[in-house]
Each structure stands twice: as structure tokens, then as C-alpha cells.
Design a protein around this ligand. Structure first.
Ligand SMILES: [Zn+2]
Length: 270
């Protein structure tokens, strides 16, 4: 009995000290764990603090200098003869004149003709567009001076009938119809290509269907979209995705790739 009582007596302090020891170990473990967590948390806190400091920096202080813009080297324009017949600039200030006619005409399609030197290229373009799944209507090719005169003055008459002054009618007409003698159509080097005879000739038909195909492929045949979108200030003519002008393959490839209209292209050689 006493043994067990003594045992109890001797075990009791032991149990107490063990409990205290265990407590100490636990406290130590918790302290150690908290230290470990702190050391893990601290870098995180620093990491999140750093960008805040960067963001707070004044806008004019560049902490990391941005790399200089990588200027794509523009390849030199092709060695073409800007005085050649296919690069002739034809507009209001550079008219062909009343008596100009192409040396020879060849019928291409839909009763429309072009300068015989460019007719085969247009025939091939039309054949390939059809092979790509499009219907093609050759709306207008070569037009003589008299035809252009009629189209131009017909527009003027319509606008003046609507109440516009003659000056206003001229201003509005010139955006869509070239003045007689200054139309590319009189050169026989251009073609108005549509998907059907009744497709509207409006800027919004650009960028889709056959118009997109023409934009993407015309240069292969030596043609350019002569009056591109966004170049009206330079060409004096509204965006005409259907109006293709022959300039030769080299010039066409360069102009279409670099988004240049004929005026901008020719200016590279001045
Ligand atoms: Zn045209």
C-alpha cells in the first residue's frame, strides 16, 4: 500500500515536472514555428511591398529604362523607272488630256477593255479570283474622254438638282469621279472589279469578300488598290477597294506591303 502510496507521492512531482517540461517544449515549439513562419512571411511582405514602391514612383522617373523601339529597317524601294508608262501619275493636276488614248486595247471581260500591255495580267487575276471561289464582274476598264465627260457632268447635274451650288457639286463629284481628262480609266491601266453588276460601289464594301482578296493578291499581278483607305487627303479620291491600277509587279509589291499610295511611292524617288 505504502509502496503504492510512496509511488504515487514520488510519481506526482515527476508528473508535474513532466507536464511543465512538456509545456516548455510546446511553448518552444510554438515559438520556433512562429519564427519559421515569420522568416517565410517577411520576404513575401517585401516582395509585395516592392511593386507598390515602384508604382508610387513619380511618372517621370524611369526605374527600368524601356528598350529603344526596334525600328524595322525599311527595304529600299525597288529600282524602277518612275518615268515609265505604268507609273504615270494621273490626277486632276496631272491630266492625260482630251486626246490621250492607250496605244492598243484588248477586251478582257464583260465587254470591258484595257491597255493590251496589262490585259493578260488582269485576265489572270480574274481567272484566279474565280478559281478562289468568287464571282467577278468587270464593271469598268478603259473609258474614253467623252465617256468620262458624260459621267462627270451627269454627277454635277444630279447634285445641282438636289440644290447644291455648282461649286459644291464639283467638290462632291470630284471625290468619286475624276475630272474629264484626269481619270485613270482613260489610260486603260485600271479596272473596277466587283462581285456582281449590282454590288454597291461604296467604301464599306472594302475589307471583305472579293475586295479583301483583291487587296491581298492584286500585287502579284502588278496591280494596286489605287485609292486606299485613309489616303483621301493625298489621292483626293475616297477609298475605292474595287479600283485596281497597274503599276508593275515590283512597284505593286512594295506599295501594298508598305501601305503606300502611288503619290507616296513616287515621292520616294524625288
Ligand atoms: Zn475606277
Amino acid at each position: 500500500m505504502s509502496g503504492s502510496a510512496a509511488g504515487k507521492k514520488t510519481r506526482s512531482p515527476n508528473a508535474g515536472s513532466r507536464f511543465i517540461l512538456l509545456l516548455l517544449v510546446l511553448v518552444a515549439a510554438v515559438w520556433a514555428l512562429s519564427r519559421v513562419l515569420q522568416t517565410h512571411e517577411e520576404p513575401q511582405a517585401e516582395a509585395t511591398a516592392a511593386p507598390t514602391a515602384t508604382a508610387a514612383a513619380p511618372a517621370d522617373v524611369q526605374l527600368t529604362p524601356s528598350p529603344p523601339p526596334t525600328a524595322e529597317p525599311t527595304p529600299a524601294p525597288p529600282a524602277v523607272d518612275t518615268g515609265s508608262w505604268q507609273l504615270r501619275l494621273i490626277d486632276y493636276d496631272h491630266p492625260l488630256g482630251e486626246d490621250f488614248a492607250p496605244p492598243e486595247l484588248t477586251e478582257v471581260a464583260d465587254g470591258q477593255s484595257m491597255d493590251s500591255r496589262v490585259a493578260p495580267a488582269m485576265s489572270q487575276l480574274i481567272a484566279d479570283a474565280k478559281a478562289a471561289g468568287y464571282t467577278v464582274y468587270f464593271c469598268s476598264g478603259y473609258r474614253d474622254y467623252d465617256t468620262q465627260y458624260y459621267i462627270y457632268w451627269n454627277h454635277i447635274d444630279q447634285y445641282t438638282a438636289q440644290g447644291l451650288s455648282e461649286a459644291e457639286a464639283h467638290e462632291k463629284t470630284r471625290l468619286a469621279v475624276n475630272y474629264p481628262g484626269s481619270s485613270e480609266h482613260q489610260s486603260g491601266l485600271c479596272a473596277d472589279i466587283l462581285e456582281s453588276w449590282d454590288q454597291e460601289m461604296e467604301p464599306w464594301i472594302g475589307g471583305s469578300g472579293l475586295m479583301l482578296w483583291l487587296e491581298q493578291h492584286c500585287a502579284q499581278y502588278g496591280f494596286v488598290v489605287r485609292y486606299p483607305d485613309g489616303k483621301t487627303d493625298i489621292t483626293g479620291v475616297e477609298y475605292e477597294p474595287w479600283h485596281l491600277r497597274y503599276v508593275g509587279q515590283e512597284a505593286a509589291a512594295y506599295m501594298m506591303e508598305h501601305g503606300l499610295c502611288l503619290e507616296e511611292f513616287l515621292a520616294l524617288y524625288q
